[in-house]
Design a binder for this molecule. Structure first.
Ligand SMILES: [Zn+2]
Ligand SMILES: [Zn+2]
Length: 247
């Protein structure tokens, strides 16, 4: 399994960063975890539209903004005869206006499917499963696993004692949000700090931690230094970076 980082910042895509998006590839199947603004800058079409499954962690715009762009590209390439299979898009079950807006999208070659915590999705030999997060809208951490490799993506989440730790237990890679530096955490618990991400990785005994969801204005090295103090095998999400997982 191979992972390409397409985006690492929020709430807007900046000159040097796109909103969250992570592209997994295995055996010619692709799974795109989140679809933030700007991620298409790191993708190549029509190739990466083929055999593509998109999973959106939640309907905040930093996580689905590029869905409209990808949808329109799928429509164009399908009409050119270069895209044969509809792109499957999984969205959290949510009565929000955003969800109505997306699923009524025209000029796209996509199929929209709702999921919740009980849903399991299979793509080739990979199994995708979910865990509900504390966050202002329905939001899910996502696990992608085969018999011998696994990736867990925290999505956006407040801290909940031992929940993400259990869900990510022994994962090869934990992609974890670190929205806040240690000094920045506010009273509302909707996002994690560098310290919390490091503690979660340590307790879950994951092999590697990829931190992400940074403020575009803050140098990434600051997040890295704080997290590494807690969990040594920490790497920083960088657009275009590729990581090999499992064997
Ligand atoms: Zn969010
Ligand atoms: Zn976000």
């Amino acid at each position: 399994m191979k992972l390409k980082v397409l985006g690492s910042v929020s709430p807007y895509c900046a000159k040097k960063g796109n909103c969250p998006g992570y592209l997994l590839e295995k055996d010619n199947n692709r799974i795109l975890l989140d679809c933030g603004n700007g991620i298409t800058r790191e993708m190549s079409f029509p190739k990466e539209l083929e055999n593509l499954t998109i999973v959106i962690s939640h309907l905040h715009r930093d996580h689905y903004g590029a869905l409209l762009t990808i949808g329109y590209a799928s429509y164009v390439y399908h009409h050119l005869g270069l895209l044969k299979e509809k792109i499957k898009v999984y969205l959290p079950k949510s009565p929000s206006l955003d969800s109505k807006y997306l699923t009524s999208m025209r000029e796209c070659f996509m199929e929209f499917i709702f999921y919740d915590e009980k849903t399991t999705i299979r793509v080739g030999d990979l199994k995708i499963s979910f865990k509900r997060n504390p966050h202002p809208v329905p939001t899910y951490a996502i696990k992608v696993a085969s018999t011998n490799e696994s990736i867990v993506y925290s999505a956006d989440t407040g801290y909940q004692n031992n929940v993400l730790e259990e869900f990510a237990k022994n994962a090869d890679l934990l992609i974890c949000e670190t929205t806040f530096l240690k000094s920045q955490k506010q009273s509302e618990d909707n996002h994690l700090t560098t310290i919390e991400a490091g503690m979660i990785a340590k307790k879950a005994q994951v092999k590697k931690l990829l931190i992400t969801h940074f403020w575009p204005e803050i140098p990434k090295i600051k997040y890295k230094l704080e997290t590494k103090r807690i969990f040594k095998n920490t790497i920083v999400a960088q657009e275009g970076k590729t990581i090999e997982i499992g064997g």
